[in-house]
Design a protein around this ligand. Sequence first.
Ligand code: C2E
Ligand code: MG
Ligand code: MG
Ligand code: MG
Length: 288
Amino acid sequence: QAKREGKNGVQFFQKSLDAAVHGQLHLEARLRAALDAGGLHLHYQPQVDTTTGALLGFEALVRWTDTQLGLVSPARFIPLAEEAGLIGDLGEWVLNEACRQAAEWGLRVPVAVNVSALEVAQEDFTQRVHATLRRHGLDGGQLKLEVTERLSVQDLQRAARQLAQLHGLGVQLSLDDFGTGQSSVSTLLQLPLNELKLDRSLITGVAESPIEQRVVSALISLGRSLNLTVIVEGVETPEQLRVLRDLGCGAVQGYLTGRPGPASMWTPHLNGPLPLNLPERSAGAGDG
Ligand code: C2E
Ligand code: MG
Ligand code: MG
Ligand code: MG
């Protein structure tokens, strides 16, 4: 009896494994097809000065809508693209499209592009970025790269060399998701950064929690003492923004100040004030 169950268990396991592998291959093939057929597009989300409401940049976020699967989250397909060896082509498409859009807009603030650590560690990464900037007539300063650390020590050293060269071209570098497992303090010492981007998970309760406030305050001080811009991602409420501003945070990005949307959503607003949602400054807040 037990033996038979065991065997069925193995068969069942084998079946579900086959299904999982099949599903993965299916997804991979569809992603590859989307990449070839122009099935990806970019959304843009504003990065905003907490005191003036000025636009500081746009982050480009890749979107994939599959005809059968519907909208697939990048949190799902970016790791897949990395495993399947598609991240080089995908990253190149994103970089080119974001730079093309920035040039079409005549954007004076940088467009921020997420780059996979695997891409940055590739030998020709610097050259490819440089070629893309030239293709669209952009200065290095019009591009910001958001890096999340997911690298071995050797890869990190290789990435650091590439990033130092790009830094020399004026390209800005941001350490994304800082404060989560993926982005550590030691990375701060190894990469030529301009910006520290605090992860959303650090600030979800910042309006109510004195401990979160102290942690965020310390991280803002850390960034400032290293001459880095500190930006907080995932700001959703006026209370969060008010607290962050009072703690000295200069820049935010989140649903409060603008959801990610297609370029056409932002084009009409580029020459006027953005439709932002900045709360009044709280009375008695320090001047920084
Ligand atoms: P990320 O770079 O940390 O991007 C921020 C994520 O938070 C985005 O999710 C954005 O849509 C979402 N977000 C923005 N404001 C808010 C908010 O107020 N509340 C909440 N709950 N979420 C907010 P998205 O677009 O699903 O992207 C997920 C991750 O996928 C990104 O995290 C980034 O790591 C990766 N990714 C996205 N586009 C690209 C790309 O073109 N290349 C690479 N390599 N990775 C990308
Ligand atoms: Mg990012
Ligand atoms: Mg982030
Ligand atoms: Mg994040």
